[in-house]
Design a protein around this ligand. Structure first.
Ligand code: FPP
Ligand code: MG
Length: 318
């Protein structure tokens, strides 16, 4: 996990460490323990010990790979968005320039590929590679939308799955596959990740309107000012169809941004987005509750923590 940090000088090690203070690592490791169900009868105690140590290392590798891909995507994203800050401090592109930030992202991505190859599991390689493809697709969908697509909730949710939920859902599924779980349990792990990811992003989109720059550690109202239409505005548009022409006229005009915010304030857009996030959080929680029963204390504690995370995601303020 530390190898990639050496790529950067001391000052920037801290940048990456702060970037990784995130939900992903926790979710993947908790999912690993939550699914550590005895699959077959142990031949002997020693074999079980060796098997579980090796399995845990392989599961930890998935967590590391996921986190490296995630950080790589944020480094590239900050270049694309020309962001000055990330989690309250100067973003790498701001501090070191775009070229180094892009290379740092590429470096992390290549380290993730090397670790992934070492797992020698083609199904897992395929899931993680798909998630990387989805990250790029989601980002491309966001930056090249037609007027029709910009006002479509289906398009927004598909893009949100690609950008935010695919990596976590495919990583959770990978954990299940590495653990030797059935297709049914792997699907539940996938559903947990997908719904938690969607709930997380929906709340992120709310906070972009309701948070302050200092609470968010990045610019507030950044989506709408970049012309990105998210769920709160899409719901407001359902209530006030005339908002659609304001959006179509272009959000590069600050007067249109102000007008859109006025409509949003009069609408139930924020509330409905929170309700949709809560619905996905409860679907994530239901996936955990549907896992095969297990009396092991660690398994139960991890499952409770995964459920608790669904509450935290929708109640977070930053
Ligand atoms: C955050 O977006 C960005 C992402 C979730 C993914 C970005 C993906 C890429 C740039 C494609 C390249 C991918 C790899 C793996 C190198 P945001 O701007 O909506 O969120 P923010 O407010 O956190 O910046
Ligand atoms: Mg961004």
């Amino acid at each position: 996990m530390h190898a990639y940090l050496c790529f950067l000088t001391c000052d920037h090690v801290i940048v990456l460490k702060i970037l990784t203070l995130y939900y992903l690592l926790q979710v993947i490791l908790l999912m690993a323990t939550a699914l550590n169900i005895q699959i077959s009868k142990p031949a002997s105690e020693n074999v079980v010990d060796m098997f579980s140590t090796d399995l845990r290392l392989r599961q930890q590798s998935i967590a590391e790979i996921t986190e490296m891909i995630h950080v790589a995507s944020l480094l590239h994203d900050d270049v694309l968005d020309d962001a000055d800050t990330r989690r309250g401090i100067g973003s790498l592109n701001f501090v070191m320039g775009n070229k180094l930030a892009v290379l740092a992202g590429d470096f992390l991505l290549s380290r993730a590929c090397i670790t992934l190859a070492s797992l020698k599991n083609t199904e897992v390689v395929s899931l993680i590679a798909t998630a990387v493809e989805h990250l790029v697709t989601g980002e491309t969908m966001q930056m090249s939308t037609s007027a029709e697509q910009r006002s479509s909730m289906d398009y927004y949710l598909q893009k949100t799955y690609y950008k935010t939920a695919s990596l976590i859902s495919n990583s959770c599924k990978s954990i299940a596959l590495l653990t030797g779980q059935t297709a049914e349990v792997s699907m539940l792990a996938y559903e947990y990740g997908k719904n938690l990811g969607l709930a997380f992003q929906l709340i992120d989109d709310v906070l972009d309107f309701t948070g302050t720059s200092s609470s968010l550690g990045k610019g507030a109202l950044s989506d709408i000012r970049h012309g990105i239409v998210t769920a709160p505005i899409l719901y407001a548009m359902e209530e006030f169809p005339e908002l659609r022409s304001v959006v179509d006229q272009g959000l590069d005009d600050p007067a249109n941004v102000d007008l859109a915010l006025e409509y949003l304030g009069k609408s139930h857009g924020i509330q409905r987005t929170r309700e949709l996030a809560a619905k996905h959080a409860s679907l994530a929680s239901a996936a955990i509750d549907s896992l095969p029963e297990n009396d092991d204390e660690d398994v139960q504690r991890s499952r409770r923590a995964l459920v608790e995370l669904t509450h935290r995601v929708i109640n977070r303020t930053k």
